[in-house]
Design a protein around this ligand. Structure first.
Ligand code: ZN
Length: 126
């Protein structure tokens, strides 16, 4: 598809929030995302969670196998559409009014040798 070339190295990040006191993605959802080409950040591999001893004996953190993931090579809109198709979730779900939205998507920018979150960058701003 023409126009997608510029997104070849673009990374869309996803962060899950346990809005309403439960995680919105199931174990199967995370595995399906990985299957679909997403890089899932499994909590058992997280150095910071390990360092602070937050990992449960079954490799979960507060019951979750993962709370974030990223997708390389797609504009945000397409990455979000893919996420909805794979998980059956509604990306713009408002979730619980006090806890906030369960799903957040953002661009990751590579700058000064590290990736930085850019919440404001829109599709086409590259
Ligand atoms: Zn709440």
């Amino acid at each position: 598809m023409p126009g997608l070339e510029m997104y070849k190295t673009a990374i869309v990040g996803y962060k899950s929030n346990n809005s309403g006191g439960h995680w919105w993605l199931s174990d199967a959802d995370w595995r399906a995302l990985e299957e679909a080409g997403w890089k899932v950040n499994w909590v058992k591999d997280s150095p910071s969670i390990k360092r602070y001893g937050g990992l449960d004996s079954d490799g979960r953190w507060i019951g979750a196998l993962a709370t974030s993931a990223s997708r390389t090579g797609l504009p945000k809109k397409m990455a979000v559409a893919e996420f909805e198709m794979v998980t059956g979730q509604f990306a713009a779900d408002k979730g619980c009014p006090c806890c906030g939205e369960p799903h957040a998507f953002y661009y990751l920018k590579f700058e000064d040798d590290e990736y930085e979150i850019d919440w404001d960058l829109e599709d086409g701003d590259w």
